[in-house]
Design a protein around this ligand. Structure first.
Ligand code: 26Q
Length: 811
């Protein structure tokens, strides 16, 4: 991109503002100033975007398409400026116009089209693909309403719709000329022409899929890739009001509403599958439009359909886009006229699949009737895929009927999406070493036996551009001053920082930066939550979706225990701590919502008790989202990664905290294990059951929550506190939590791990007192975080799965 200086930037900005708003800059609102800046940046990016696309078309490089129901981008202005390389110029130019860049950046609505880890991972991957010169694009849904906005009223979560497009979206470009038609329902007419069967879809409901493209800017490398999100609209000639009589008019309205509902809202459940037809519709809608447009583009530029798999890689983010497999088959067979064998080879070679969860309740299985009625041709293809695959199974496992029934794609009246995803792709990966091992040895062991070469691990990563450079400028500066800026393009070089950790001056700097970040966070906490917290206390943070397996309740129980201890012994010598929580619960998940209420009630009690206020405070921060995470993480001392071992596939906030110099308290779950391996046992605090122990309990039993309760007076006391009115005048208020822990034998081993957790926290307390040791540990974490950059992850996907060329130019 052409270099730009302060003077030129100022001129362009002032002109842009005038042109856009028709008033002078000084009369404009901050919102208008933000819009002008966004628009200027978009124009600036557009030229490089065009150039990038031209280059891709000319060179015919392999294109990667990352299909995902979710892209949790957050804000784009700051990161785009950073990646273009003009954020400092822009800040200085605006300052001369008396405008604060940060203030404008904070006006941007988060683009919250995702639930959590999986959606944010997709966003980090887009950033890394562009920054590594990989022609990699996103394909998803342009939800009119993203993940709901969370309000806390009387301690309880209330969901408000996220009208993120209210003020417009400067980043997207509607491309009506690239719309596709997606067909739902109807019937399939089979005809024979010249000895070949053709399948004609009739009586279907057509839906117009209109793409909205957002530029994805690579880091200082003149690459701009595309995130294409599809929006559902009525096909216009089907919806001509004037030509309808009254009955038809109502029908037309119904049609329009039904069509528009497809891209209306993101489902807010991230760990519980419900067979909702609208969700299946969403899946087929974006998958079909995405694949159609890929093939159209491929052919337009002279691609030979038999070589599709050499020129295109399609990655599916969990099973949600699995219909890509039969949809690609449909196009290759029905529209391109290929024989089954060719179509299948191309499809399998083109598609790869990532699994993100082993919770069985999250597995997608669609009722056959629903599937068949909504997608009649796709169902026929899935049946045929299943028939051929079962034949293969019969020859591999003769006589083993049960095994074959369990492995089939269609069975028990359902279509099993994970099975289809494994069978129809050439690569299946987990997201951390332990997770992949569990897939291979346990959850998917039959499939691993059948296709050992498909299975591989790709440990998750996070983009250090957003999660370090952008969100923690002070730490970034210290790193640049100490080890140079090479780590920006080679994050693994953060390792160089380790040799400086014997320098007391550096440790003091680290402490100073952390304190400043905590002061900023404390200010936000006060502004948002009206709670005063002490930046000199330990900021102990658990922010993530609220879920039983993530064990926010265990964190609550230890606070309740500590509170009791402080009341019993006001002189108890502890390092003051501020416990910070944030996260959303799925609207229908009672236990998770109840947990939010418990956190808030503990906060209420503790924060209003002068006997303990010098020592502990509890905060629940409303409406956790990407932009809030960017504020919380740099100001964190202790990162709570306390899931029941085996349940968290990877986790990614663990990596963000580490990169920002927090100490992790963790179970040996997901990527925590790899973090431990990187930093060593002395620089992380590990506790709790290991994977073998947990799996053994699940398999053989032998754990009694009641026994643990009876043998540990601390546990007895705090569990009783849940139901004795201490935290709510209605004693039944937290009974569900109580019963899950005790009556239903504590599925997630909260009580079992409790003692070990308290000891881990005691250790944190004593470590924090040794200021230099503490800072050194934080420094070691930063130094070893480079491997968790999504640049490393993406490079592994590119070389190990997609077969894309990784070009190191500009690196
Ligand atoms: C499925 C069917 C119907 C409705 C919703 C869903 C659904 C939606 C979202 C199921 C799962 C999700 C999201 C899962 C997720 O975020 N998993 C997390 O992925 C991260 C990235 O790999 C991991 O780090 C986390 O460990 C994992 O929990």
């Amino acid at each position: 991109m052409t270099a730009i200086d302060k003077k030129l930037f100022k001129k362009l900005y002032v002109n842009k503002f005038l042109e856009m708003h028709g008033i002078e800059l000084k009369e404009g609102s901050n919102q208008q100033k933000y819009e002008a800046l966004g628009s200027l940046v978009r124009d600036y990016v557009t030229r490089t975007w065009l150039k990038t696309n031209k280059k891709y078309n000319k060179t015919g490089e392999k294109q990667v398409y990352y299909f995902s129901m979710e892209f949790l981008l957050g804000r784009l202005l700051g990161d785009s400026l950073l990646n273009i390389g003009i954020r400092d110029v822009c800040r200085e130019a605006l300052a001369e116009l008396n405008i604060s860049l940060e203030e404008l950046e904070n006006l941007e609505q988060d683009q919250g089209l995702g639930n959590g880890g999986l959606g944010r991972l997709a966003a980090c991957f887009l950033d890394s693909m562009a920054s590594l010169n990989i022609p990699g694009h996103g394909c998803g849904i342009r939800y009119k309403y993203g993940f709901f906005e969370q309000k806390v009223i009387d301690g309880k979560q209330v969901e408000v719709s996220d009208n993120w497009l209210r003020q417009g979206n400067v980043w997207e470009k509607r491309n009506a000329n690239k719309a596709e038609i997606v067909k739902f329902g109807g019937n399939i007419k089979v005809e024979e022409n010249n000895g070949r069967l053709s399948f004609i879809h009739v009586n279907y409901e057509p839906v117009l899929a209109v793409p909205y493209d957002t530029p994805v800017v690579g880091y200082e490398n003149d690459v701009v890739n595309t995130l294409r999100l599809w929006s559902a609209e009525a096909v216009s000639n089907e919806f001509d009001f004037s030509s309808f009589s009254r009955g038809d008019f109502l029908q037309a309205i119904e049609y329009k509403n039904s069509v528009e509902s497809i891209s209306q809202v993101l489902y807010p459940e991230d760990s519980f599958y419900e067979g909702k037809m609208l969700r299946l519709k969403q899946q087929y809608f974006f998958v079909s439009s995405g694949i159609q447009s890929i093939i159209r583009h491929f052919k337009k530029h002279g691609g030979n359909i038999l070589e599709l798999d050499e020129k295109v890689a399609i990655h599916i983010n969990d099973t949600h886009p699995t219909l890509a497999i039969p949809e690609l088959m449909r196009i290759l067979l029905d529209e391109e006229g290929l024989p089954w064998e060719d179509a299948w080879r191309i499809t399998e070679n083109t598609i790869s699949y990532t699994n993100h969860t082993i919770l069985s309740e999250a597995l997608e299985k669609w009722p056959i009737d629903m599937f068949k009625n909504l997608l009649p041709r796709i169902f026929m293809l899935v049946e045929e895929i299943n028939r051929r695959y079962c034949e293969e199974l019969w020859s591999k496992f003769p006589g083993q009927q049960n095994k074959i029934a369990n492995m089939a794609i269609i069975g028990d009246g359902q279509v099993k999406m994970a099975h289809l995803a494994i069978v129809g792709s050439h690569s299946v990966n987990g997201v951390a070493k332990l997770h992949t091992e569990i897939l291979k040895k346990k959850e998917m062991s039959d499939f691993y036996y059948l296709y050992p070469n498909k299975f591989n691990n790709k440990t998750n990563g996070i983009t250090h551009r957003r999660w370090l450079l952008k969100s923690n400028p002070k730490l970034t500066k210290l790193l640049c001053d100490t080890i140079g800026d090479g780590f920006i393009k080679h994050p693994i070089d953060l390792q160089k920082f380790e040799s400086h950790l014997d320098d007391k001056g550096i440790l003091d700097e680290l402490a100073k930066i952390k304190l400043q970040n905590k002061q900023k966070l404390a200010k936000t906490i006060f502004e948002n939550e009206k709670i005063i917290v002490d930046p000199n206390s330990i900021f102990d943070v658990q922010v993530k979706r609220i879920h039983a397996y993530k064990r926010q309740t265990m964190n609550c129980l230890r606070i309740m225990d500590l509170y009791n201890k402080l009341i019993d012994n006001p002189n108890l010598d502890i390092s003051p701590r501020t416990f910070i929580f944030a996260g959303k619960a799925a609207p229908g998940y009672y236990l998770a919502k109840n947990t939010i209420e418990l956190i808030n009630n503990i906060a209420n009690k503790v924060n209003n008790d002068p006997r303990v206020n010098e020592k502990i405070k509890v905060v629940f921060m409303e409406n956790y989202r990407v932009s809030l995470a960017e504020e919380i993480i740099p100001g964190t001392d202790v990162s709570e990664q306390i899931s029941t071992t085996t349940k968290e596939a990877s986790g990614t906030s663990n990596m963000k905290f580490m990169m920002n110099g927090a100490l992790t308290v963790a179970t040996l779950d997901g990527a925590n294990i790899e973090i431990r391996d990187e930093v060593g046992n002395d620089n992380i605090v590990i506790f709790g059951l290991n994977a073998d122990e947990v799996l053994n309990y699940y398999k053989n039993g032998g754990y009694s929550a009641l026994e643990t309760y009876n043998n540990d007076p601390r546990i007895k006391n705090i569990l009783n506190d849940l139901i004795n009115g201490k935290y709510h005048s209605d004693r039944d208020r937290f009974k569900t939590i109580y019963e899950n822990l005790l009556t239903y034998n504590d599925e997630f081993f909260v009580l079992k791990d409790f003692d070990s957790y308290l000891k881990a926290q005691d250790k944190v307390d004593s470590l924090y007192r040794e200021k230099d040791t503490w800072q050194r540990m934080c420094g070691v974490n930063i130094s070893h975080s480079g491997i968790f950059s999504s640049d490393r992850t993406i490079e592994q996907y590119a070389t190990g799965i997609w077969g894309s060329e990784v070009i190191y130019k500009n690196l």
